[in-house]
Design a protein around this ligand. Structure first.
Ligand code: SF4
Ligand code: SF4
Length: 111
């Protein structure tokens, strides 16, 4: 499984050398193309942690849910509202469901 990046929504996080998704990916799998759009290097190496999905300020990344948890073509997107994250689940039959995780934990990766 892997992530899909919507090139229409992605703006490369402006002119930053390192975009939000590049910075957060624990596998260093994301990079920016010459067109200033995020791309994934090797889809097989993505382990669906969804860190980039939560981090993207433009909701340009979605993750496929693995078969192991009954995903089968379902996708998840996230909108970070600061103290909560709104997740949108889309299934193959077209149904859409939203759920909110409140009081999220904050991690400081620079510690
Ligand atoms: S975080 Fe989102 S907008 Fe920024 S480069 Fe990645 S996909 Fe594009
Ligand atoms: S889901 Fe996780 S491992 Fe996969 S590209 Fe995003 S941050 Fe990297």
């Amino acid at each position: 499984m892997t992530v899909r990046i919507d090139k229409k929504l992605c703006n490369g996080c402006g002119n930053k050398d390192e975009s939000c998704c590049m910075r957060i990916c624990p596998g260093n799998l994301l990079y920016k193309t010459k067109n200033n759009k995020a791309e994934i290097r090797d889809k097989a190496d993505c382990w669906d942690c969804a860190a980039c999905v939560k981090e993207c300020p433009r909701q340009a990344i979605e993750v496929y849910l693995p078969v192991e948890i009954g995903g089968r073509g379902s996708t998840l997107k996230a909108k970070d509202l600061g103290n909560e994250i709104v997740w949108t689940l889309k299934t193959q039959d077209g149904s859409v469901e939203e759920f909110t995780i409140r009081n999220k934990l904050w991690f400081n990766w620079n510690l």
